[in-house]
Ligand binder design. Structure first.
Ligand code: HEM
Length: 421
């Protein structure tokens, strides 16, 4: 079977599959994934005009072969990018680049994100977490997302980039708009949505334009200076430099917010496991890996086929969009024992939560450290953490996975109570 192209409209990641369009389904898409892995492991979705791929072995194959499965959306036959979007700096990033160009872009900041470089900043990150929690812990109840899981990574990435963290309400607006998925798919609503995205992208570009100019004149110990220097030496074009800043801001906050939020969603649903982690009986590191597998903050990616290729007997044609479902691969029983069980000490755990291959998440060491510091800081200051009882709402995105608010209740821990080891 090949991909029909005469029907449907829209970009694959702009919409969720029909089966996941309700609140409940997108909060827990895992039964549907299981059905798809079994019955239609590779299927074409007319509505979204893309292939969906659900099994671990196929997701692995796609991410491991960037020559056949490109990250450049401009190669897609079903996506007509409007001219203004064609020039958007957000399309000039390493995320959407292939081959040598990808290596050149990633090379500019790679050293900054290595575990050793990141670990040096641990103490500063612990202080940021402590300050935020001092305000949030008081009453025995908080919205984990608004009070902690959102501001924490934003302050961290703002400091690394070298922009004032007081600007974070603006960052949030821009980032959320850029990863949003429209729920109303009428022509008028889609047009309004596209305009909103374009405006957010322009505003964010203007914001970073000024910062890059500033650092070109006066270099500091921050990422914007590294990017401005590479632009000054013409290792990056102007658009690429802007895209760089935008990517780091957006990729570095919404995802980590959802890792911390999803971790607490998993742990409050499994109080015995939470106690084992809190007391140090189960390692926080393997707990975070299990959250990345069990409720992956990025559920799906997109690739474009650069040639005709077969997958599970299906004929994918050059220019077709292919969506590998990380969230489904991470629950594949062919690879994971009892995949629907949340096991904080699962080992081995070869999940795809940070992707795989050449585009493997650049920020993975940073995200892991933020999650570890953030969760430990919470455990030190709280006991008996439980859900706050409200109806959860999924994040409005077809690929980012988490909840908009996560009310929790807890007993603030007395200083006299011994902290976890
Ligand atoms: C829990 C948090 C995070 C998750 C789940 C996550 C997930 C991912 C995934 C799945 C990819 C692969 C995309 C692809 O193959 O198309 C990716 C790439 C990337 N991530 Fe993350 N990410 C997280 C945090 C961060 C942070 C904190 C940063 C940096 C500040 C970051 C920066 C990037 C960048 C720059 C790329 C593109 C790498 C490339 O194209 O070579 N991420 N991330």
């Amino acid at each position: 079977m090949s991909a029909p192209t005469d029907e449907g409209e829209g970009q694959s990641l702009e919409r969720v599959p029909q089966a996941l369009s309700t609140r409940e389904a997108w909060l827990d898409p895992f039964d549907w994934y299981a059905e798809m892995r079994e019955e239609q492991p590779v299927r074409y979705d007319q509505n979204r005009q893309c292939w969906d791929v659900f099994r671990y072995e196929d997701v692995d194959r796609i991410l491991d072969d960037p020559e056949t499965f490109s990250s450049n959306p401009r190669l897609a036959s079903a996506i007509d990018l409007p001219p203004e979007a064609e020039q958007s700096p957000i399309l000039e990033t390493m995320l959407t680049a292939d081959g040598e160009r990808h290596g050149r872009l990633r090379g500019v900041v790679e050293d900054w994100f290595r575990p050793r470089a990141i670990t040096q900043r641990a103490e500063r990150f612990e202080d940021i977490a402590a300050d935020l929690l001092e305000d949030a812990i008081d009453g025995g109840r908080m919205d984990l997302i608004d009070d902690f899981a959102y501001p924490f990574p934003v302050i961290v990435i703002a400091e690394l980039l070298g922009v004032p963290s007081e600007d974070r309400p603006q960052f949030r607006g821009w980032s959320e708009t850029l990863v949003e998925t429209p729920t109303d798919t009428s022509e008028a609503a889609l047009e309004a949505f596209r305009q909103r995205q374009e405006q957010a992208s322009e505003e964010l570009a203007e914001y970073f334009e000024a910062k890059l100019e500033d650092r070109a004149r006066d270099s500091k110990d921050d990422l914007i200076s590294v990017i401005a220097e590479a632009a000054g030496e013409e290792r990056l074009s102007h658009e690429e430099a802007l895209g760089f800043c935008m990517l780091l801001l957006v990729a570095g906050n919404i995802t980590t917010t959802n890792l911390i939020g999803n971790a607490m969603r998993c742990l409050t649903a499994h109080p015995a496991a939470m106690e084992r982690v809190r007391t140090g009986e189960a390692p926080i590191e393997s707990t975070i890996e299990e959250v990345l597998r069990y409720r992956s903050p990025v559920q799906a990616l997109a690739r474009i086929a650069t040639r005709d290729v077969e997958l599970q007997g299906m004929s994918i044609e050059e220019g077709d969009t292919v969506v590998p479902w990380l969230g489904s691969a991470n629950r594949d029983p062919a690879v994971f024992d009892a995949p629907d069980q949340f096991r904080v000490d699962r080992a081995p755990n070869p999940h795809f939560g940070f992707g795989r291959g050449t585009h493997y998440c650049l920020g993975a060491p940073l995200a892991r450290m933020e999650a570890r510091i953030g969760l430990n800081a919470l455990f030190e200051r709280t006991a008996d953490v439980r859900p706050g009882g409200e109806r959860l709402q999924p994040v409005r995105s077809a690929f980012i996975y988490g909840v908009q608010e996560l009310p929790i209740e807890f007993r603030p821990r007395d200083d006299a109570e011994s902290p976890p080891p």
